[in-house]
Write a protein that binds this ligand. Structure first.
Ligand code: SAM
Length: 404
C-alpha cells in the first residue's frame, strides 16, 4: 500500500484494494490502519530511523519501509514491542534482517516518544507556511495527529433537532450535527436516510446556492453530498459526473435519502446542456489537500505538477460552466484544497478572463461565523478553524454572479 501511495501516486483506498484483496476483513482493517498511521507520522518516523543508523537508508528501501511500519504500530497503534518485532522481522527474512533488528532494538531501548504534532512533509510545510502562515502549519500538525470528528448533514431541520435530543452531539450550522460516536454503523437513521456523512466545511458550498434558484446543475457531483443538500433544499437538480462508479454511489445515496435529482454520466469538458441553469455548483476535482486529516496520503500525492494539472482542469471547467448560466445566474466554485493555485488564483484568473462575472459576497448570516468571507469576498477555511471543536477540512469557496 505504501509503495502504491509513495512511489506510484495512488490513493490509499486504491492501493489498499489491490494490495489487501486476499486478506480477511480484520487483517485488511489492521493493514489499512498501519498504512494510515505510517503516512500520518512519516517525517517523524524517518527522523527516528535516521537517528539510529550510521548511513542513511534509501527512501524506498525495504529496511526503511519495515522500520516505518514497526514504529507506526508502536507510536500510532500502541502495539506491544514483542508483537511488532515478531511481525517486522519475517518481512525482511533473507534480506536486511540484522539491520532492521538492530535499529529497532536501539530505538525501543532508547524509548520511542509520543508524537503530539507530527511534522508534515517539508514541501507541504513550506507551501502552507507561505500561503497561510506559521499558525496554520502548527494547527495542521496538531490536527493530523487525531481522527477528525464525524459530521452529519440532515435533510430536515426537524430530524436534526430530534437526533440532537437523543444523542450526544453539537450543531455548528443549520441541519448539521457533530456527533461523539466515530462509527456510522452505531448511529440510528442512516438506513432510513435522515442524514449523510459530510465534513462541515464540505457542506458550505451548497449553502450558498440561493433559495430562489430553481434549476441547479451540480457539476462534478459524485458521490453526492452536495447533490443531496441541493435536492433537500427543494431545487430541481441535475447532477453530472464522469465516473460511472461514483455516480452509482450517488444513485444509492439518493435512494437511501429518498431525494431526487436527474443524473448525467458525462465528461463536463465535452457535455452540452439542452438548457441554461439558474445556478451551478462546481465542486471541482482537485489535489484534495484539505482532506489531509482523513487522507494523509494527499500530502505525498499532491506534488506541484499535479497541482498545476488540477488548476488547468479547474480553469477549463469554470469556463464551460460559465456559458451555461442564465443572465443573473449564480456560480459557486469550491475545492477541498489548501493550495491557493486551485482556489484564490483560479477564481482571480477566471474573473480576469472577463466573462461578465463578479464575486457575490455571502450576506451576513448566510454562513456560520467561522466561515466569514475574506476581503475579496470568498471563503477560505484553513487548518486551525474551529480547532477546539475538532477542526474542519481545508476548503475554498467563491460565489460568482453572472451579470450579462
Ligand atoms: C471533489 S469530487 C466531487 C464531490 C461531490 N461534489 C460531493 O459533494 O460529494 C470531484 C468529482 O469530479 C469528477 N470529475 C472529474 N473530472 C470530471 C470531468 N471532466 N467531468 C465530470 N466530472 C468530473 C470526479 O469523478 C469526482 O467525482
Amino acid at each position: 500500500m505504501l509503495d502504491g501511495v509513495l512511489r506510484r501516486g495512488q490513493t490509499l483506498e486504491g492501493a489498499s484494494s489491490a494490495a489487501s484483496a486476499r486478506l480477511a476483513p480484520n487483517d485488511r482493517a489492521l493493514a489499512l490502519a498501519i498504512a494510515g498511521e505510517t503516512l500520518r507520522l512519516l517525517p517523524d518516523l524517518d527522523g527516528l530511523i535516521d537517528s539510529a543508523t550510521r548511513q542513511r537508508l534509501p527512501d524506498d528501501s525495504k529496511a526503511r519501509m519495515v522500520l516505518r511500519l514497526a514504529l507506526a504500530q508502536k507510536i500510532g497503534l500502541g502495539t506491544p514491542d514483542h508483537a511488532l518485532v515478531a511481525t517486522a522481522l519475517p518481512l525482511v527474512d533473507g534480506g536486511p534482517r540484522r539491520l532492521v533488528h538492530g535499529v529497532l532494538g536501539t530505538l525501543l531501548r532508547r524509548g520511542v516518544p509520543a508524537i503530539e504534532a507530527p511534522h508534515l512533509p517539508d514541501a507541504v510545510e513550506l507551501r502552507w507556511r507561505a500561503a497561510w502562515g506559521e499558525d496554520a502549519v502548527l494547527a495542521a500538525r496538531r490536527q493530523i495527529a487525531h481522527r477528525p470528528p464525524l459530521d452529519l448533514t440532515f435533510a430536515l431541520d426537524a430530524d436534526a433537532g430530534r437526533f440532537a435530543g437523543a444523542h450526544q452531539s453539537r450543531s455548528l450550522a443549520p441541519r448539521h450535527l457533530r456527533v461523539a460516536s466515530s462509527s456510522v454503523a452505531e448511529l440510528p437513521g442512516y438506513d432510513s436516510g435522515l442524514w449523510w456523512v459530510q465534513d462541515l466545511a464540505a457542506s458550505l458550498p451548497a449553502r450558498l446556492i440561493p433559495g430562489g434558484a430553481k434549476s441547479v446543475l451540480d457539476l462534478c457531483a459524485a458521490p453526492g453530498g452536495k447533490t443531496m443538500q441541493l435536492a433537500a433544499a427543494g431545487h430541481d437538480v441535475t447532477a453530472l459526473d464522469q465516473s460511472e462508479s461514483r455516480l452509482g454511489r450517488l444513485r444509492d445515496n439518493l435512494q437511501r435519502t429518498r431525494l431526487d435529482a436527474e443524473l448525467v454520466a458525462a465528461d463536463a469538458l465535452k457535455w452540452k446542456p439542452k438548457r441554461r441553469f439558474d445556478a451551478i455548483l462546481l465542486d471541482a476535482p482537485c489535489s484534495a489537500t484539505g482532506t489531509f486529516r482523513r487522507h494523509p496520503e494527499v500530502l505525498y500525492r499532491a506534488r506541484p505538477p499535479i497541482i498545476a494539472q488540477s488548476a488547468e482542469l479547474q480553469a477549463a471547467l469554470l469556463d464551460r460552466a460559465a456559458a451555461w448560466l442564465e443572465p443573473g445566474g449564480i456560480l459557486v466554485y469550491s475545492v477541498c484544497s489548501l493550495e491557493p493555485e486551485e482556489g484564490e488564483a483560479a477564481v482571480t484568473a477566471f474573473l480576469g478572463r472577463g466573462d461578465g462575472f463578479k464575486i457575490d459576497r455571502p450576506d451576513p448570516g448566510e454562513l456560520p461565523d467561522f466561515a466569514a468571507a475574506s476581503d475579496a469576498g470568498w471563503v477560505r477555511i484553513v487548518p486551525g478553524t474551529l480547532e477546539a471543536e475538532g477542526g474542519l477540512d481545508g476548503f475554498f469557496i467563491a460565489r460568482l454572479v453572472r451579470s450579462a
